[in-house]
Write a protein that binds this ligand. Structure first.
Ligand code: ISL
Ligand code: CA
Length: 546
């Protein structure tokens, strides 16, 4: 397999609305990203994925695009974006932008036209079907709650949307739609972006409207057969420009991921959405460690046959990992970092994860921004559930936890802005912030810096195979990465309790050095070992059999 630059790279996901505000309107902006490039360089990341900055009415924070060719003025203009690209490139940092082509905003000129009449030239740009106000074309449910159909009184038909009703799905079966999209993709590539993160890309193909749902409610629009044709067309463009692509591909199985990624795949790598397995009572859910482990073990083993995974633990759609997988401590955050970062694939860090930003202690629904969270909350109230309980249930896994402003310093508004921000700053910002952690020995930020440089320096992590041990253990993740004679053993206790485990004897007897660990005390790693709560270590060894 030929080498690709991203095999040895680390990515950083940036949520522009919450990264850095420079004109003090409480909203992050392009100049803010530019200002913080030196920080990202020092952290050691190689590329950025920036969440949508296009013109948008912001029903879904930029994932509802009303003009693909313009930026939302609240972030800045195209010239500023080009300056950002140049500045990043000068520092050796590549920039990926979000490509949102499953749907547009209902304010996009195509949809405004499409709505006008049944014979409008843009009608077929979207999915319309016969309906009455009482009866939708089928019973499919959208990701954000409610029907996938919204009735339009003017033309007496309904249009289709897998997300909010303000995000009508594009009709990919229409060659004109595809042509417009491909043209737009080329336009951004000509501008010099280094690649794309493809939003919700596994949903672009739908089953026919009479498809009957049996168990999986999302089956009618998740990785539906026929999608390969569109993916192949897309990949022709990406190959032509030799850019990096990462797909958000829920519903693509680990087995199919080989076809989607790797040398002959549609894309360079994909995010799976399966590993976020929850455990606990509704309203108090945490990540199931064994659930996470099983999914990751399966994906890693399947992709060893020739695919590549985008590794992540947080993003803008998930609560904070220190709160859901960890117990709020720095040790737990470090353990989580080691556990996923050294697997086979390209690791991504979501802004704030590297300093241990935690879930926000929301007290009222008014503090929330996300439409999906609000929808969930109000539908609970409608079911007769008390406000207090509804709030707990709706906020436990809310996307807003990860969208609060980046905590740069102990200054007012955490150095994010000088005015009140669009989502409030987390009250822990005086302790948890970049300034503080930059200078504090043992901090999570410095640990991430070390982890990134290790990930790049040690060849096993880039080129090595992977083998899992203690596969059925409920809390301890254990794997080796090997390349030729060199190996690295990763062992992580993802629980608050001590865990006694048996590490492979032949590895322990051939160990050379400890590459990284999250407890400072001296420790000798014997094959029967007691791991402290959230203890993690990376041990280098030589394989005598090779
Ligand atoms: O498939 C899913 C659940 O099993 C969905 O999670 C879906 O793939 C995912 O929600 C898509 O998310 C992306 O597109 C959304 C946007 O709101 C999210 O922020 C984005 O990450 C619509 O554009
Ligand atoms: Ca701003």
């Amino acid at each position: 397999m030929e080498s690709k630059w991203w095999e040895n790279a680390v990515g950083y996901q940036l949520y522009p609305r919450s990264f850095q505000d420079t004109n003090y309107d409480g909203i992050g902006d392009i100049q803010g990203i530019r200002k913080r490039l030196p920080y990202l360089k020092e952290l050691g990341v190689d590329f950025l994925w920036i969440n949508p900055m296009y013109q948008s009415p912001n029903i879904d924070n930029g994932y509802d695009i009303s003009d693909f060719y313009k930026l939302n003025p609240e972030f800045g203009n195209l010239d500023e974006f080009i300056e950002l690209l140049d500045a990043a490139h000068q520092m050796g940092i590549k920039v990926l932008v979000d490509l949102v082509v499953n749907h547009t905003s209902d304010q996009h000129p195509w949809f405004l036209e499409s709505k006008k009449s049944k014979d409008n030239p843009y009608r077929e740009y979207y999915h319309w079907a016969e309906a009455t106000p009482e009866k939708m074309p089928n019973n499919w449910q959208s990701f954000f709650g409610g029907s996938t159909w919204t009735y339009d009184e003017h033309t007496e038909q309904a249009y289709f949307h897998v997300f909010a009703k303000e995000q009508p799905d594009l009709n990919w079966t229409n060659p004109k739609v595809r042509e417009e999209i491909y043209q737009m993709i080329r336009w951004w590539l000509e501008l010099g972006v280094d690649g794309f993160r493809l939003d919700a890309i596994s949903h672009i193909q739908k089953e026919s409207w009479d498809f009957k749902i049996t168990s999986n409610p999302w089956a009618p629009f998740m990785n539906v057969s026929g999608i390969e044709n569109y993916m192949a067309e897309l990949s022709t463009i990406f190959r032509e420009y030799q850019v990096m692509t990462v797909g958000e591909a829920s519903g693509v199985t680990s087995h199919e991921a080989i076809k989607w990624t790797g040398n002959h795949g549609f894309l360079d790598m994909i995010f799976e959405l399966e590993h976020n397995v929850k455990i606990g009572n509704p309203g108090e859910e945490k990540t199931s460690i064994i659930g996470f482990k099983k999914v990751m073990q399966r994906w890693q083993m399947d992709l060893l046959k020739g695919g590549w995974q985008a590794l992540y633990i947080e993003n803008h759609d998930l609560p904070r990992s220190i709160s859901t997988m960890g117990n709020g401590t720095i040790e737990s955050a470090k353990a989580i970092a080691i556990a996923y970062f050294l697997m086979r694939g390209t690791p991504f860090i979501y802004q704030g994860q590297e300093i241990g930003m935690a879930n926000y202690p929301f007290r009222t629904i008014e503090e929330v921004d996300g439409e999906d969270t609000k929808y969930f909350y109000y539908s609970l109230l409608n079911q007769g559930i008390s406000e207090k309980k509804a709030l707990k249930l709706a906020l436990n896994w809310s996307r807003d936890h990860s969208r609060t402003p980046m905590q740069w310093s102990a200054d007012c508004q955490a150095g994010f802005s000088e005015v009140a921000s669009w989502l409030p700053v987390h009250p822990n910002y005086r302790q948890v912030n970049v300034e503080n952690e930059k200078n504090r020995q043992g901090s999570l930020l410095l640990f991430y810096q070390e982890l990134i440089s290790l990930r790049k320096k040690i060849v096993e992590f880039t080129k090595g195979s992977i083998t899992f041990y203690l596969k059925k253990h409920p809390y301890v993740i254990c794997y080796t990465r090997e390349f030729q004679r060199l190996g690295a053993l990763v062992v992580v206790n993802l629980s608050e309790k001590k865990q006694k485990v048996d590490l492979p004897k032949w590895i322990i007897s051939n160990q050379k050095t400890i590459l990284l660990k999250n407890y400072t005390e001296e420790k000798v790693f014997t094959s029967r070992i007691e791991l402290l709560p959230y203890e993690a270590a990376v041990i280098r060894y030589v394989n005598p059999k090779k």
